[in-house]
Design a protein around this ligand. Structure first.
Ligand SMILES: NC(=O)c1ccc[n+]([C@@H]2O[C@H](COP(=O)([O-])OP(=O)(O)OC[C@H]3O[C@@H](n4cnc5c(N)ncnc54)[C@H](OP(=O)(O)O)[C@@H]3O)[C@@H](O)[C@H]2O)c1
Length: 339
């Protein structure tokens, strides 16, 4: 029997403080869209970095009380990023806009943003526009919004395969464009986002983008040509980790452990291992060696993993996702140079 105390400790460890998102927002009728540069953040979103996000309450006041962010697309990536922004109290729910193109108003269940049945209207009202539709839909969405994009807009694409070079080519040469490769753990403040800035993006814009994405996890910048590899590693990576968690808990269930405890244990174990790498700065191989005592249980398991091609399987997974992102990029006009 698994000790009750341990069960309580594990349950607490993965508990995420959910903010009540049942606020019904007021539809904003703005006559003039102010530039976000007019607004200084009220306070930093302290404690929402990856290391502590799971245990930290959202800050009391919105970090950017007047910043309006518009999402084009309201799928999984919208939920992860917008949910993360709201949980961290980065912006007000009434300043979060999302286009709901293919749904009737009464089909929409969520109450956490202003829903607008038009991409153009979202762009008209937002200062920062996040394109979060499937990669092959991006171009048609850009065609729709192009007449409404002004110089002060900051256009951020999270679509796999898209680079700043081909994104810029779809807009006016003055438009400020950013490509980000994020991931879904942004929802719990533990995302990993890598961004490439277009050449018109100012220092203020860069600070804002960094604030947005550090609010939902780790943030880094890289040149365009690295973005597909980021997609292959941290963009698709949560799926690899979820499969690993499920398989590990299957193993424990097979050995006789109850499923709920097995799932929590495998999740906590992966989170703990990840924190050790990030916090100690030690090479994962060194940390692995520390778990393997001579002739012990872990080295027996490691031998089994090596015999079954565990490393090569993971390396192949990163390669497959990277190549798919490259292919998507090529289909959307990304040049060899940016790939
Ligand atoms: N999911 C991830 O883990 C992840 C990670 C990194 C990057 N990304 C990138 O994020 C982007 C979005 O992925 P996702 O997983 O969020 O996809 P998703 O769940 O399928 O969401 C796509 C959204 O776009 C909407 N949409 C479709 N056509 C539209 C149009 N013409 N105008 C406005 N909205 C439209 C869809 O609405 P309906 O459902 O009503 O059609 C849906 O809400 C992709 O480009 C992907 O490469 C995703």
């Amino acid at each position: 029997m698994f000790p009750r105390k341990m069960h309580r400790v594990l349950s607490f460890a993965i508990k995420i403080n959910r903010r009540n998102l049942n606020t019904t927002p007021t539809f904003l009728q703005k006559t003039k869209r102010p530039s976000y540069k007019e607004f200084e953040p009220l306070t930093r979103s302290g404690g929402t970095k990856c290391e502590t996000a799971l245990y930290t309450e959202a800050v009391e006041l919105p970090v950017y009380p007047d910043l309006t962010i518009g999402f084009l697309g309201h799928g999984k990536m919208y939920q992860a990023l917008a949910g993360g922004f709201l949980k961290a109290n980065l912006i007000k729910p009434e300043n979060l806009l999302a286009s709901y193109i293919n749904q009737e108003e009464d089909e929409i269940q969520e109450e956490d943003c202003v829903k607008i049945n038009s991409n153009e209207e979202v762009v008209r009202q937002a200062q920062v526009v996040i394109i979060a539709v499937k990669p092959h839909v991006v171009e048609s969405v850009i065609d729709q919004i192009l007449p409404y994009v002004e110089e002060e807009h900051l256009i951020i694409s999270v679509a796999a395969g898209w680079k700043t070079e081909n994104l810029q080519s779809k807009f006016s040469p003055d438009t400020k464009v950013v490509c980000v490769a994020p991931n879904t753990p942004s929802l719990v403040g533990c995302g990993a986002s890598v961004c490439s800035f277009g050449e018109n993006v100012t220092d203020d814009d860069k600070v804002l983008v960094e604030k947005l994405f550090t609010t939902v996890g780790m943030f880094s910048t890289m040149p365009d040509k690295q973005l597909d590899i980021v997609t292959g590693l941290s963009g698709s990576g949560p799926a690899y980790a979820f499969i690993a968690m499920e398989a590990l808990s299957d193993g424990a269930v097979r050995m006789g452990m109850p499923r709920d405890i097995a799932t929590k244990l495998s999740a906590q174990m992966l989170m703990g291992a990840a924190k050790m790498v990030l916090e100690t700065g030690k090479h994962p191989g060194e940390l692995k060696d520390a778990v393997c005592s001579p002739g012990g249980t872990t080295i027996a398991a490691v031998h089994s993993l090596e015999r079954n091609g565990f490393r090569a399987t993971l390396m192949d997974a990163v390669e497959a996702s990277t190549n798919k992102a490259k292919q998507l990029g090529a289909e959307n006009g990304s040049s060899e140079k940016s790939n």
